[in-house]
Design a protein around this ligand. Structure first.
Ligand code: PLP
Length: 380
């Protein structure tokens, strides 16, 4: 069965006489029992933090999406990433983090993990199998993100996983960009896949959520235990919204993916642009790797402007009328940010000019193109 079909029905209650098509929302902290004997049973939900029928349906949808052994839900994408990491480390460990990772994940590793005496080493996202040279006796984890945040490097995931497996190191990927629809990392050997469900699955920029899908039961149990220890809980209303997003995500994703590639193609020959950073564009340095491992794209990409002043870049972003100025992606509305203030890289050669990121929503391609063109005309 195709993904569109599965996601249109996954988690739906069994039809009876007039059954709603989606599971109902149960809001609860206390769950009542009619017999004291059942209060301490481990096979039934005992308290609000343990989730609800909607959470279960959503977790099943993510497990199906990635082909995993189980999913733990979190109240944000960042919580998903940090809990997944915490589930696999202990004091004294060394971990390897791609230099292209989402900034707040990097801050979590550099800050919080450091306090726990866990050392984070940043590696070149394009390192491939040579990562084995960085693996030490106390390396417990390799963190990947492909494409990289803002700079869109594609990693050689199978080669990294092979090196990791040879030395019993766990691998985690942030798979938010592909929504699990154009890339299936668990099938390539990755152990744990994290999603900021806030993006495509929320789809409407009004809900935050995260999911961690593990390849095996023991890995899933470790993530679950960490989440329990840290008091993780997400609201049933938010879980419902994300499940609702699953119903339409494939269709929305396809349109956003097509718009982003069309815009990237157009911008690649634009007089004000030096380079587009979109892995599905043939000029992308990792295009061949992307072709090998991905089945499609995503909705965001960056462009490198011809060298110009910071004021020009700010004026360009301010001149956009259809694109909003704001973080995130995967929603129905297009967004733009200038990246340089948050672009921290230890391994890459600096880009020739300022970096600007576009996130494509569901607006018509012509209007997005005209918006960019009029902003260029106003500034340059
Ligand atoms: C790649 C990536 N991972 C994780 C996150 C964090 O997700 P959230 O905003 O839901 O915490 C984001 C948010 O922008 C992201 O882009």
């Amino acid at each position: 069965m195709k993904k569109e079909t599965k996601f249109a029905h996954i988690g739906a209650p069994k039809a009876g006489l007039g059954t709603a098509v989606n599971p109902s929302i149960t809001r609860a902290s206390t769950l009542l029992f009619d017999r004291a004997e059942d209060l301490y049973r481990s096979d039934v939900r005992g308290y609000g933090r343990h989730g609800s029928n909607v959470h279960d349906a959503l977790a099943d949808a993510f497990t199906e999406l990635e082909g995993g052994a189980g999913t733990v839900l979190f109240p944000s994408g960042l919580a998903a990433c940090s809990n997944a990491i915490l589930s696999q480390v202990k004091a004294g460990d060394h971990i390897l983090l791609t230099d292209s990772s989402y900034g707040p994940t990097r801050k979590f590793c550099d800050g919080h993990l450091k306090k726990m005496n866990i050392e984070t080493e940043l590696y070149d996202p394009r390192i491939g199998g040579n990562i084995s040279k960085l693996i030490r006796d106390n390396t417990s984890l390799i963190l990947m993100e492909s494409p990289g945040s803002l700079s869109f490097e594609i990693q050689d995931i199978p080669a990294i996983c092979e090196a990791a497996k040879a030395k019993n190191v766990v691998t985690i990927i942030d798979n938010t960009w592909s929504a699990g629809l154009s890339f299936s990392p668990l099938k390539l050997g990755v152990d744990i896949s994290c999603h900021a469900a806030t993006k495509y699955f929320g789809g409407h920029s009004d809900v935050m959520s995260g999911a961690v899908v593990s390849r095996t039961k023991p890995l899933h149990n470790a993530v679950k235990q960490t989440a329990v220890h840290l008091g993780n809980a997400s609201s049933p209303d938010d879980a419902y919204q994300i499940l609702r997003g699953f119903r339409t995500v494939v269709t929305r994703f396809r349109q956003q993916e097509a718009t982003s590639l069309a815009l990237a193609n157009w911008l690649s020959t634009h007089e004000h642009i030096v380079q587009v950073l979109h892995p599905a564009h043939p000029d992308h340095p990792d295009h061949k790797l992307w072709q090998r491992d991905f089945t499609g794209g995503g909705c965001i990409f960056s462009v490198v402007f011809k060298p110009c002043s910071k004021e020009h870049v700010l004026a360009f972003v301010n001149a956009l009328k259809v694109f909003g100025i704001g973080y995130s992606y995967g929603g129905f509305e297009s967004l733009c940010i200038h990246c340089d203030p948050q672009l921290k890289r230890n391994h890459a050669t600096p880009f020739e000019g300022p970096l600007v990121r576009f996130a494509c929503g569901l607006e018509h391609m012509d209007d997005l193109k005209n918006d960019i063109e009029q902003a260029f005309n106003e500034v340059f």
